[in-house]
Design a protein around this ligand. Structure first.
Ligand SMILES: [Zn+2]
Length: 264
C-alpha cells in the first residue's frame, strides 16, 4: 500500500473548509489518497459528514473537543448518537482532556470524555484522543483503563508528545501513536528521541492541518499534502526506507479505522 493517509485533517474548519476539494486534489497528487476529518463539536461533525458524502476518499470522526467548554458550560453528547450511525463515520474524535487552558473546567471535561468513550464502545468505533499537558495524558489513560471492562477499545493518541513510558502504557491498551509535523521541529529533540524508539507498527501519520506545518516549510496554513514531509522525517528518525513508512502506516491506519463492518 504505497500511498499515504492523513488521519487528522480539519477540512471542516477555516481556512480549509472553503477550498477543501482543491486541497484534497493537491494531496492526492502528492500521494495522499485517504483522509480522516476529525470534529470539534456537533456542527463541525455534521460538516465533516457532508464533506465525506461528497468525496469517498474522505472519512469522518465525529465528536466534541474539550475546548467546546469555551462556549458552553454544559455539553450533552446525545446528538452524536445519530451522527455515529452515518456510514462515513470511522471514529469518535477528537475527544479528550486539555488542562493547558485554565478556563476549561476540569470535571465537565472528564465527564464528557467518559460519555464519548461509552458511545465509542456502543458503536464499536475507535477514538481519536487529544490531550494537552502531562496530567491530562495521565488522566485520559487512567479513564480509558478504568472504562475498558470486558471489551477492548482502540484508538490513537493524536499529536503524540509523551515519553517512552507513556508510549508503553498506551501500547499496552492497544492504542496507536499519531505522529505529525511536531517531529520536524528542531526544538522537539526529546520527542524525536522518543519517536525513534517506537516500532513502526504503532504509528499512524497525520497533519492536524491547518495547524502544525512541518519544517522546512515556512510557517503558514498546513494541508494534508504535507503528510509526505512527516513520512520522510519519520523514515529518517527510524532509519528505515520511506516506502516502508508508507506501507506500514497505511496498513496500521486501515486496520484501525477502515476494516469495521459499519464502514462497508
Ligand atoms: Zn486536531
Amino acid at each position: 500500500m504505497s500511498y499515504l493517509v492523513d488521519t487528522h485533517a480539519h477540512l471542516n474548519l477555516d481556512p480549509l473548509y472553503d477550498q477543501w476539494p482543491v486541497i484534497v486534489s493537491e494531496a492526492v497528487l502528492a500521494g495522499v489518497e485517504q483522509f480522516i476529518v476529525p470534529s470539534a463539536d456537533i456542527p463541525t461533525s455534521q460538516r465533516a459528514i457532508e464533506i465525506a458524502q461528497q468525496d469517498h476518499r474522505v472519512r469522518t470522526a465525529v465528536g466534541i473537543h474539550p475546548e467546546a467548554f469555551r462556549e458552553q458550560s454544559s455539553i450533552d453528547c446525545a446528538p452524536l448518537r445519530t451522527l455515529c450511525a452515518d456510514p462515513t463515520v470511522v471514529a469518535i474524535g477528537e475527544i479528550g482532556i486539555d488542562y493547558y487552558f485554565p478556563e476549561l473546567p476540569k470535571a465537565p471535561q472528564l465527564q464528557l470524555f467518559r460519555d464519548q468513550l461509552i458511545l465509542a464502545k456502543e458503536f464499536d468505533l475507535p477514538v481519536i484522543i487529544h490531550t494537552r499537558t502531562a496530567a491530562a495524558m495521565d488522566d485520559a489513560v487512567s479513564i480509558i483503563e478504568s472504562s475498558l471492562g470486558s471489551r477492548p477499545m482502540s484508538g490513537v493518541f493524536h499529536c503524540f508528545t509523551g515519553d517512552r513510558a507513556f508510549y508503553e502504557r498506551i501500547r499496552d491498551l492497544g492504542f496507536m501513536v499519531g505522529v505529525g509535523g511536531m517531529i520536524t521541529y528542531d526544538h522537539q529533540r526529546a520527542l524525536q528521541e522518543v519517536v525513534s524508539t517506537i516500532p513502526l507498527e504503532s504509528i499512524i501519520l497525520e497533519t492536524d492541518a491547518p495547524w502544525l506545518t512541518p519544517r522546512p516549510l515556512p510557517r503558514g496554513t498546513n494541508t494534508p499534502a504535507n503528510v509526505t514531509i512527516v513520512a520522510v522525517k519519520l523514515a529518517s528518525l527510524l532509519d528505515v526506507p520511506v516506502s516502508l513508512v508508507l506501507d506500514q502506516t497505511t496498513t496500521n491506519t486501515t486496520s484501525l479505522f477502515f476494516t469495521r463492518n459499519h464502514t462497508s
